[in-house]
Design a protein around this ligand. Structure first.
Ligand SMILES: C[S@@+](CC[C@H](N)C(=O)[O-])C[C@H]1O[C@@H](n2cnc3c(N)ncnc32)[C@H](O)[C@@H]1O
Length: 213
């Protein structure tokens, strides 16, 4: 597993039935079973071709009845599970999966590629509490990882924008991500032809980000 998958694996809690939604290669399910972190698993993907890769990887577990596989959109045909992972998809896609799920698991772990703020809001609206929400750096990219458990929650505007754990712990990868954004805006500001309004917006954004680093 690469660094991104290794980080995700490290936060997945033990469970009975693990659902790997949009599993593609199936590496996470293999790691969960090998480590004894789940008793059984359901692998799913919207693409038959992608799911086939995971079926091949997990053929032994499928034969002994510990893994079921299903082609479907999101959690549509996944059935009951107590932990679902949805990783490597856009935030809007993840929100649509959560909103349309016939059964939502007790625990959800999400790694959205975009629109993480919208994902936070949608999950709390769907009845989840954010247990952990942080940024990590892997292979040149900053990723957001969100651990949720069923329950009530209320997010501040800051938590929606930056992530609860990032604000509490101000981790090194979170700060480095903010520095990167600040540097990007500073480069734009060096451009003399930048319209006045855009310049003011960027300066305001820099000032805001600098409060968190
Ligand atoms: C970039 S891969 C990520 C694979 C793996 N989850 C990971 O994090 O490495 C995205 C996978 O999600 C699948 N996918 C995209 N939209 C989906 C949906 N609505 N329901 C199920 N699978 C979906 C794609 O077919 C693809 O296999």
């Amino acid at each position: 597993m690469n660094k991104r998958l290794t980080e995700i694996f490290s936060v997945l809690p033990d469970c009975d039935t693990f659902a790997d939604v949009g599993c593609d290669h199936g590496y996470m399910t293999l790691a969960m079973l090998k480590a004894g972190k789940c008793k059984r698993a359901i692998i799913s993907d919207i693409s038959e071709k992608c799911l086939q890769k995971a079926r091949e990887l997990l053929s032994g577990y499928i034969l002994d009845g510990r893994v079921d596989s299903v082609v479907c959109d999101g959690l549509e045909k996944v059935g009951k599970c107590d932990l679902a992972l949805i990783a490597g998809m856009g935030g809007e896609e993840i929100i649509s999966i959560v909103k349309n799920a016939p059964h939502l698991p007790e625990n959800l772990v999400l790694q959205p590629m975009k629109n993480v703020d919208k994902v936070r809001v949608a999950c709390v609206e769907a009845g989840y509490r954010i247990e952990k929400d942080y940024v990590f750096f892997a292979s040149g990219i900053y990723y957001n990882l969100i651990l949720l458990q069923k329950g009530e929650d209320k997010l501040s505007q800051e938590e929606i924008e930056f992530g609860r754990t990032n604000l509490l712990e101000k981790g090194g990868d979170f700060k480095a991500m903010l520095y990167q954004e600040i540097e990007k805006y500073k480069v734009f500001l060096n451009n003399d032809s930048l319209p006045k309004e855009s310049r003011a917006e960027m300066q305001a954004r820099i000032e805001k980000l600098e409060r968190y680093v």
